[in-house]
Write a protein that binds this ligand. Structure first.
Ligand SMILES: [Zn+2]
Length: 131
Protein backbone atom coordinates (compact mmCIF):
# COMPACT_ATOMS: atom_id res chain seq x y z
CA UNK A 1 0.00 0.00 0.00
CA UNK A 2 1.37 3.38 -0.99
CA UNK A 3 2.25 5.89 1.66
CA UNK A 4 -0.37 8.59 2.15
CA UNK A 5 1.34 11.91 2.89
CA UNK A 6 -0.39 15.03 4.11
CA UNK A 7 -1.46 17.72 1.69
CA UNK A 8 0.41 21.01 2.10
CA UNK A 9 -2.82 22.74 3.10
CA UNK A 10 -3.26 20.31 6.01
CA UNK A 11 0.32 20.86 7.20
CA UNK A 12 -0.17 24.63 7.07
CA UNK A 13 -3.48 24.40 8.94
CA UNK A 14 -1.95 22.14 11.59
CA UNK A 15 1.09 24.41 12.02
CA UNK A 16 -1.25 27.35 12.59
CA UNK A 17 -3.36 25.24 14.94
CA UNK A 18 -0.38 24.36 17.17
CA UNK A 19 0.89 27.98 17.19
CA UNK A 20 4.44 26.92 16.26
CA UNK A 21 4.77 24.60 19.26
CA UNK A 22 5.60 20.89 19.21
CA UNK A 23 2.58 18.68 19.84
CA UNK A 24 4.65 15.73 21.01
CA UNK A 25 3.92 13.90 24.23
CA UNK A 26 6.97 13.29 26.41
CA UNK A 27 7.61 10.06 28.35
CA UNK A 28 6.38 11.81 31.49
CA UNK A 29 3.01 12.33 29.79
CA UNK A 30 3.42 16.10 29.50
CA UNK A 31 3.30 17.91 26.21
CA UNK A 32 6.66 18.92 24.68
CA UNK A 33 5.79 22.54 23.76
CA UNK A 34 9.17 23.10 22.10
CA UNK A 35 9.15 26.02 19.68
CA UNK A 36 9.31 24.69 16.13
CA UNK A 37 10.55 27.14 13.54
CA UNK A 38 9.13 26.99 10.02
CA UNK A 39 10.84 24.14 8.17
CA UNK A 40 12.41 22.70 11.36
CA UNK A 41 9.56 20.33 12.21
CA UNK A 42 7.95 17.23 10.81
CA UNK A 43 4.28 16.51 10.30
CA UNK A 44 3.50 13.15 11.84
CA UNK A 45 0.59 10.74 11.51
CA UNK A 46 -0.70 10.38 15.10
CA UNK A 47 -2.26 7.07 14.08
CA UNK A 48 0.59 5.70 11.92
CA UNK A 49 0.17 5.53 8.16
CA UNK A 50 1.39 1.92 8.33
CA UNK A 51 -1.58 1.01 10.50
CA UNK A 52 -4.90 2.74 9.94
CA UNK A 53 -3.82 6.42 9.89
CA UNK A 54 -5.29 8.71 7.30
CA UNK A 55 -3.70 11.97 6.12
CA UNK A 56 -6.29 14.20 7.76
CA UNK A 57 -6.07 17.33 9.90
CA UNK A 58 -7.25 15.39 12.97
CA UNK A 59 -4.54 12.76 12.50
CA UNK A 60 -1.72 15.27 11.87
CA UNK A 61 0.73 16.34 14.58
CA UNK A 62 3.47 18.94 14.28
CA UNK A 63 6.49 17.46 16.07
CA UNK A 64 10.00 18.71 16.76
CA UNK A 65 12.72 16.45 15.31
CA UNK A 66 13.58 14.62 18.61
CA UNK A 67 9.90 13.97 19.39
CA UNK A 68 9.30 12.65 15.87
CA UNK A 69 12.34 10.35 16.05
CA UNK A 70 11.12 8.93 19.37
CA UNK A 71 7.55 8.46 18.12
CA UNK A 72 8.75 6.87 14.86
CA UNK A 73 10.66 4.24 16.86
CA UNK A 74 7.48 3.29 18.70
CA UNK A 75 5.42 3.38 15.49
CA UNK A 76 7.83 1.09 13.62
CA UNK A 77 7.62 -1.41 16.48
CA UNK A 78 3.82 -1.29 16.50
CA UNK A 79 3.59 -1.61 12.70
CA UNK A 80 5.97 -4.60 12.64
CA UNK A 81 3.99 -6.29 15.40
CA UNK A 82 0.72 -5.68 13.54
CA UNK A 83 2.20 -7.20 10.37
CA UNK A 84 3.42 -10.29 12.28
CA UNK A 85 0.02 -10.73 13.91
CA UNK A 86 -1.73 -10.33 10.56
CA UNK A 87 0.56 -12.94 8.98
CA UNK A 88 -0.12 -15.32 11.88
CA UNK A 89 -3.84 -14.62 11.59
CA UNK A 90 -3.99 -15.59 7.92
CA UNK A 91 -1.71 -18.58 8.52
CA UNK A 92 1.19 -17.36 6.40
CA UNK A 93 4.05 -19.73 7.20
CA UNK A 94 7.45 -20.10 5.58
CA UNK A 95 9.16 -23.39 6.47
CA UNK A 96 12.75 -23.07 7.67
CA UNK A 97 15.37 -23.45 4.94
CA UNK A 98 17.37 -26.04 6.89
CA UNK A 99 15.99 -28.68 9.22
CA UNK A 100 15.88 -27.76 12.88
CA UNK A 101 18.56 -29.88 14.59
CA UNK A 102 17.48 -32.34 17.24
CA UNK A 103 19.20 -34.85 19.53
CA UNK A 104 21.67 -36.46 19.24
CA UNK A 105 23.71 -33.40 18.29
CA UNK A 106 27.08 -33.99 16.60
CA UNK A 107 29.95 -33.84 19.06
CA UNK A 108 32.31 -30.96 18.74
CA UNK A 109 36.00 -31.77 18.54
CA UNK A 110 37.74 -31.04 21.83
CA UNK A 111 39.94 -28.02 21.95
CA UNK A 112 43.61 -28.83 22.28
CA UNK A 113 45.27 -27.71 25.48
CA UNK A 114 48.81 -26.57 25.02
CA UNK A 115 51.29 -26.49 27.85
CA UNK A 116 54.59 -24.66 27.78
CA UNK A 117 57.47 -26.68 29.20
CA UNK A 118 60.71 -24.86 29.98
CA UNK A 119 63.79 -26.24 28.27
CA UNK A 120 67.34 -26.34 29.59
CA UNK A 121 68.08 -22.86 28.29
CA UNK A 122 66.43 -20.11 30.28
CA UNK A 123 63.56 -18.30 28.60
CA UNK A 124 63.06 -21.00 25.95
CA UNK A 125 59.92 -23.13 26.13
CA UNK A 126 58.59 -26.11 24.27
CA UNK A 127 54.90 -26.38 23.46
CA UNK A 128 53.31 -29.75 24.29
CA UNK A 129 49.77 -30.89 23.66
CA UNK A 130 48.05 -32.01 26.88
CA UNK A 131 45.37 -34.75 26.60
ZN1 LIG B 1 8.82 17.90 20.82
Amino acid sequence: MARKNFKRSIIVARYKHCCGRCEGILESGARCYAVVKPGAYECDHDDPDGLTGEPTFENARILCIPCHAEKTKDDVTAIAKAKRREADHVGAFIPPKRPIPSRPFPKRPRKLRIELVPLQRRGVYEARIVR
